[in-house]
Every structure is written in structure tokens, then in C-alpha cells.
Design a protein around this ligand. Structure first.
Ligand code: DOR
Length: 316
């Protein structure tokens, strides 16, 4: 058997497979189809300080090349999240990565504080700091597109996380230089990077001749963005290998449906893999892709997944 365990900022996970934030709600629905305690981690929908009703509907649209969403970070707020969702995830023994979001840097920090001080904090394997939601009223609030803003968010959250709890920053592909943002968040103390969030798009209904989504713009996900994810991982992992930025684990996400897709992201430099959009059609996808990935790694003669991470950068 292949050693599929991964290390994210000092936390050992038995599997590289995770759900992608927002694509499996807070676990109850998908747990009817797959045992989420068998995943490396379950990643929650991003949690904000106060309840958010989100954008108007329709706020999801399928296109032939991917899914578009403008949910707008809908959620119950961090207190209800802790009492209802984190309590349940804790009770079933899941390893949880809590995705956090905020309108300001200090809001991110308050959400982090509430989670790490909650009585269910022992279920939390890491925090994923979502600085890259494309669906905010003022695009200026996409901290991942603003180096100074990104630095401030990560610095304030870092002050709240206890030793041993990794903080992973989720980056946007919609920047001219993703290596620059990676460098900024790593300097602010991020222990890892999740790449990538959705990329901004618009789909027009050709019968009504109006946008499909009420908000017009939305985040594009699914297979269409996989080469974009591979590119982002490739560029950042390359900079790490060349010593241009500090080395840290990369959690790869973007259009993964099959084991071969996951292997592509791993070979480009990802240590762990999240499955998002594919889980809507096939709730078993986060688990199945892990089984397929293990077989592909074994078929290629490797004993440890870690030996394949970034291998495509090597000269032969
Ligand atoms: O595509 C996305 N949609 N990415 C996010 O980070 C948040 C989400 C939403 O709630 O709009």
C-alpha cells in the first residue's frame, strides 16, 4: 500500500483528500453518502462573524464548461456555526478545516478567535483563511488581490491561532502575480496555501439576453479551471523550489474529478487535494478520487505520495 499521509504545517493527516470549501455545506448531507471521517479533512463553508443571507437568486448556473456561483458567503454566523455544525463534526470525530471569512481584517480575527476558543476546538485540524471570495459587493474586498490587505488579514488571524494549529491561506487566480501574493501571506505567517478559489465569470442567457445570475458575475469552477489551478500551483511551487519564496505545503483545488486530475495537481506541487464541484454530481468523488490517486501512484512505482509532490519540475 502507498503511504498517502500528508503533513500540513505540522499536522499529520492520514489522507490527502479533502472537500473544497462551500461544496459540501457543513457535512451532514454528504455524510449520508460517504464517511467524512475517512477523509484527510472536511473543509467547511466559509464562516463569517454574523449571519449572511447571501446574494439574490438565481445564484448558481451551469455552463457547458463549468459552474458559476455567486452565493455571497451565505451562512449562519460563527456562533451558530460552532453550536450546530462544529459540535456535530466534533461528535462524529471528523478532522475539520474551518474556512473563515470577513469584511475586514479584524472580523477575520474575531471569527478565528471564536473558533479556537470554542469547546469543540479539538476537532479543528487547521484554519483556511478565505481571502479570495470573488462574490463581494466591492471587489476591493478581495484581499487576495491586494497584497497589503492580504498581509493584514493573515497577520491578525495569526495572532489568534494557538501553536500547532496551521493557518492556510486560500488564494485567487485573478491576480497578475500569484507568487507575489503567496510570498506576502507566507511572510505574514501562513503555514500553507490553498490554490485556487474560483475565477470571476459571467454567463448570458441567450433566450432572455440577460445574465444568468442576478449578480451577473460569479465564480467559475469545475474542469474548465483545472489548467488555471495547475498553472497557479506550478508557478508557486516553482518559486518555492528555487528558493524565491519560503517553502510551504500547497493544497490543490480546481476541477478535480478523477484520480488523474489529482495526480496532475500533485505533480505540479500540491501536497493535498480538495474536491469541490465534482461532489455536486457525485458525492462520493472526494473519497473515490483518493482511491484512484493511490492506485495511479502505485502503478507508477512509488511507495509514498510525498515522493510525487512537485515531481513534474524535475529534469530527467
Ligand atoms: O466561488 C466562491 N463562492 N468562492 C468563495 O470563496 C465564496 C463563494 C460564495 O459564497 O460566493
Amino acid at each position: 500500500a502507498v503511504d498517502m499521509s500528508v503533513d500540513i504545517g505540522g499536522v499529520r493527516l492520514p489522507s490527502p483528500m479533502m472537500t473544497a470549501s462551500g461544496c459540501a455545506a457543513n457535512g451532514r448531507e454528504i455524510h449520508r453518502f460517504i464517511d467524512i471521517t475517512a477523509l484527510g479533512a472536511f473543509v467547511t463553508k466559509s464562516v463569517k462573524l454574523d449571519p449572511v443571507s447571501g446574494r439574490g437568486t438565481p445564484r448558481m448556473a451551469e455552463t457547458p464548461s463549468g459552474m458559476l456561483n455567486s452565493i455571497g458567503l451565505q451562512g449562519p454566523g460563527v456562533r451558530a456555526f460552532v453550536e450546530k455544525d462544529l459540535a456535530w463534526l466534533h461528535s462524529i470525530g471528523a478532522r475539520v478545516i474551518v474556512s473563515i471569512a470577513g469584511n475586514t481584517a479584524s472580523e477575520f480575527a474575531r471569527v478565528a478567535r471564536t473558533i479556537v476558543r470554542s469547546r469543540y476546538a479539538s476537532a479543528v485540524a487547521a484554519l483556511e483563511v478565505n481571502i479570495s471570495c470573488p462574490n463581494v459587493a466591492n471587489r476591493g474586498l478581495v484581499f487576495a488581490c491586494d497584497p497589503a490587505g492580504a498581509h493584514k488579514v493573515l497577520t491578525l488571524v495569526r495572532e489568534e491561532v494557538p501553536r500547532g494549529l496551521p493557518m492556510v491561506a486560500k488564494l485567487s487566480p485573478d491576480v497578475t502575480d500569484i507568487v507575489e501574493i503567496a510570498d506576502v501571506v507566507l511572510r505574514a505567517g501562513a503555514h500553507g496555501l490553498t490554490m485556487i478559489n474560483t475565477t470571476l465569470g459571467v454567463a448570458i442567457d441567450t433566450d432572455r439576453l440577460r445574465p444568468h445570475l442576478v449578480a451577473a458575475t460569479g465564480g467559475l469552477s469545475g474542469p474548465a479551471i483545472r489548467p488555471t489551478a495547475v498553472r497557479a500551483i506550478w508557478q508557486v511551487a516553482g518559486a518555492m523550489r528555487e528558493g524565491r519564496i519560503r517553502a510551504a505545503p500547497i493544497v490543490g483545488v480546481g476541477g478535480v474529478r478523477h484520480g488523474t486530475d489529482a495526480l496532475e495537481l500533485v505533480a505540479a506541487g500540491a501536497t493535498a487535494i480538495q474536491v469541490g464541484t465534482a461532489a455536486f454530481n457525485d458525492p462520493s468523488a472526494p473519497h473515490r478520487v483518493g482511491v484512484e490517486l493511490e492506485q495511479l501512484v502505485a502503478d507508477r512505482g512509488f511507495e509514498r505520495l510525498a515522493d510525487v509532490v512537485g515531481i513534474a519540475h524535475e529534469r530527467f
